[in-house]
Design a protein around this ligand. Sequence first.
Ligand SMILES: [Zn+2]
Length: 92
Amino acid sequence: MPSFKRSLSDRKKKHIAVCPICQHPLKKEIEEDYLHCVPFRHIRKVYGIHSDRIIISHARFFGLEEKRNRDFFYWQFIENVDFEKEFVLNTL
Ligand SMILES: [Zn+2]
């Protein structure tokens, strides 16, 4: 989309040039995980991102911080600990 590229500010161009997430083929998935508050350590491992700093600077640049939905992650977390619930119930 050349017209879109031309309208990018220099700041944005610079960010994209150095940002591994912007250049990542799974950029959308990374952003979605970030927005769903998946832990950074997990994002780094799954997508091969080298440091938290990269995730933070990408998120800041695109204003993703305010859009994070912590509830989503906690619900996923709660759904995944069923076996522990069972364990607790069985030991009571
Ligand atoms: Zn970026």
